[in-house]
Design a protein around this ligand. Structure first.
Ligand SMILES: Cc1cc2nc3c(=O)[nH]c(=O)nc-3n(C[C@H](O)[C@H](O)[C@H](O)COP(=O)(O)OP(=O)(O)OC[C@H]3O[C@@H](n4cnc5c(N)ncnc54)[C@H](O)[C@@H]3O)c2cc1C
Length: 366
């Protein structure tokens, strides 16, 4: 979100500087692991759909500009009990916004994608206008474009504190350097709570394990036509996608060990391995018996699993994007636009009001 905001501000000719505590391309936050799902028939809430249309436009424009593949439009298939939120929500969002999704019988879905074992009790919804984003390259290309438009990037520069003095934001780093600016945007991922403690509702950071399995010789040939997939099961929600040569990435969306300190998330990996392996056994065919690669990542959850994007309640020239609750990456470009609008103009024309932190200060959640 920081990379997208830098890119947006730099392209608006704003003099902008980004401070990051770790190296470029680090793997200690929430934006790594080869691929992220992009989908528009959004079961989390139909209000997200207009933002996703804009996000898709931004990803495609970035891809066209850099000439490197970023978005693979291979569709997504959602499977779950007929009354489950992923199934009903996908259909509702599609209906509300005229998106072309269709329902398949589990038997027809199994014939079409033999690697996926759709239970007969499930309803299967196919969204062809969805796909996967190459997550690290997306971040990299946002940064490359930001730099090309004059953004300054400071790596290994952990921020210790910020304040507002007179008409200036004053940011102090752990090594004691001070940065002064007219305005500030805070996009701290799993660390956001540290800098916005009085501003945000309590956030919960969860440890997630991304697990890659190898497809066997027969299944390997079917990966080209395999969409991303999301399964709502009695043991929680799981998803996966082809990711890397002959490999499938799997992860659990629901649950996961709570992390007290994102800087040392611990070894929740072992706790997560079991559920993902059970999911692989029960719902996939043609995978290697053991994972070939595993990598942890962090979800930062708001109390209602919707994002928190707002102006600071006490400092007009400070804005933040936080609590992307395990589903934010696909939106990055449009979040950059919203944060740039808010920090420059105090308002945005994009329909993002439902993500304002005000919903935890008395108004209804979305
Ligand atoms: C396993 C996994 C799978 C996911 N799958 C999907 C998916 O399929 N589709 C989807 O849309 N989303 C998905 N998400 C969610 C999505 O990736 C995140 O919502 C999004 O990447 C969060 O971005 P962010 O900028 O908030 O956090 P980050 O990318 O972690 O960025 C925050 C940055 O702030 C820096 N920072 C923090 N504190 C300081 C400090 N004091 N000083 C300087 N820098 C600091 C951090 O080092 C970090 O680089 C997934 C997430 C995970 C973990």
């Amino acid at each position: 979100m920081g990379a997208a905001t830098l890119d947006e501000l730099a392209r608006r000719n704003v003099r902008v500087c980004g401070l990051e505590q770790f190296d470029r391309g680090h793997r200690r936050g929430s934006s790594h692991g080869r691929h992220r799902v992009f989908r528009k028939a959004y079961f989390e809430h139909p209000h997200y759909v207009p933002l996703l249309c804009e996000a898709e436009r931004i990803w495609k424009q970035l891809e066209a500009e850099c000439g490197i593949p970023l978005y693979d439009r291979r569709g997504v298939v959602v499977s779950g009990p007929p009354d489950s939120e992923p199934v009903t929500g996908t259909l509702q969002a599609a209906d509300a916004h005229g998106l072309a999704v269709h329902v398949l019988s589990p038997a027809a879905a199994r014939t079409r994608w033999p690697m996926l074992m759709f239970p007969d009790s499930h309803r299967v919804v196919v969204d062809p206008d969805a796909g996967i984003l190459a997550v690290e390259e997306c971040v990299n290309q946002l940064l490359v474009r930001a730099e090309r438009h004059g953004a300054r990037l400071c790596w290994n520069t952990p921020v210790a504190s910020w304040s507002f003095e007179g008409d200036q934001a004053v940011v102090t780093t752990v090594s004691g350097d001070t940065f002064r600016a007219e305005r500030a945007v805070i996009t701290g991922g799993a660390w956001a709570g540290t800098f916005l403690a009085d501003e945000l509702p309590p956030l919960t950071v969860r440890h997630k394990l991304q697990v890659w399995y190898e497809a066997d010789a027969v299944s390997r040939n079917t990966l080209t036509g395999l969409p991303a997939f999301f399964f709502e099961t009695e043991r929680g929600s799981f998803y996966g996608m082809p990711s890397g040569a002959g490999e499938i990435k799997l992860a659990r969306h629901s649950g996961g060990p709570v992390v007290q300190d994102p800087g040392s998330p611990g070894t929740g990996a072992d706790a997560e391995d079991g559920p993902v392996a059970c999911f692989a056994n029960r719902f996939l065919k043609g995978l290697s018996p053991r994972p070939v690669y595993r990598e942890p990542c962090l979800y930062t959850m708001s109390p209602d699993s919707h994002f928190l994007i707002d102006r600071h309640s006490r400092f007009d020239h400070v804005v933040y994007g936080a609590a992307f609750s395990g589903h934010g990456f696909k939106f990055a470009g449009v979040i950059g636009r919203i944060l740039a609008d808010l920090v420059l103009d105090g308002r945005t024309d994009l329909p993002a009001e439902f993500l304002s932190a005000g919903r935890f200060r008395g108004s209804d959640p979305p």
